[in-house]
Design a protein around this ligand. Sequence first.
Ligand code: HEC
Length: 142
Amino acid sequence: MTKTVTILMATCAVLAGAAGVHVVLHAQAATGAGVYTDAQAKRGMPLYKEQCAACHGEDLRGNDIIPGLTGQMFTDNWQGKSRGDLYDKIQMTMPALNPGSLTPEQTTDLMALVLSVSKYPAGNTDLPSKVEALQQIKIDKP
Ligand code: HEC
């Protein structure tokens, strides 16, 4: 009897532990928290100023004609899509006057900057510049 209870308790502890890990991983994948590094966002900054700010604004808020890359409208536009979709959009269509000119690393550095401006917490690993990996990361509210 005592033995069964001990085994049950041990099993519960293992299950609870596994559930905890799952919740953490899920939360990260869902919000984009911890999916980029501060260093990566810093690399994106000069590039943003040079290639994007003229249209999307120094503060990434856009204007009446050009959409912002932070704030409510941007979140609404991308909610439920993946980081891979956003990567494709930037890589294939931006900067609007010279699309396709960014390297994969430049595109993910810019995405890291966009995440940091919207206050998603940084982590220890760079946002990968492989679209397959980015497809796994869903976009959610910061
Ligand atoms: C010449 C002006 C111009 C420049 C420079 C420019 N963009 Fe854009 N961008 C636009 C316009 C106009 C749109 C809206 C039309 C569209 O989605 O293609 C847009 C849309 C976007 C979107 C989609 C926004 C949304 O809510 O759907 C992203 C992301 C984006 N730009 C990123 C960038 C990045 C990163 C750079 C710098 C590498 C950049 N853009 C440079 C004009 C520009």
